[in-house]
Design a protein around this ligand. Structure first.
Ligand SMILES: [Zn+2]
Length: 119
């Protein structure tokens, strides 16, 4: 995943900054749009973004999706790796692209539907 420099929502400038600027607490660095406040978390070691830049609606949806998906594979007695393998097959995506941090609203909803159907 490339480092974002231009916001995909508004075209604003994206900077690498500390998450305390958003949360008032240090959860590591984020890439933040200085115009609309869309952001994404950053891997501590590599400084690579943990997905694509997300606005507040998409961040909430990804969080919900993570909750549903994590509960699903745990309830099915899968490991995390097995869970993601199942998801990549169901989504028809290569494993390296199967990350909720990359997903848009409709992809997130698809994950939730797939988990509910298979539960
Ligand atoms: Zn923006």
């Amino acid at each position: 995943m490339k480092k974002p420099t231009i916001c995909r929502y508004c075209g604003g400038k994206v900077i690498l900054t500390n998450s305390s600027r958003i949360y008032g607490k240090d959860y590591g660095n984020i890439y933040l749009c200085t115009n609309c406040n869309a952001f994404v978390g950053v891997d501590k070691k590599s400084e690579k973004p943990l997905g694509t830049l997300a606005n507040s609606i998409l961040r909430a949806k990804r969080k919900e999706t993570h909750n549903v998906f994590d509960s699903f594979w745990k309830a099915k007695n899968m490991t995390r790796t097995e869970g993601y393998k199942w998801l990549s097959q169901k989504m028809g995506l290569p494993p390296k692209s199967t990350h909720i941090g990359y997903f848009e609203m409709e992809d997130c909803q698809k994950v939730i539907d797939l988990c509910n159907e298979a539960a």
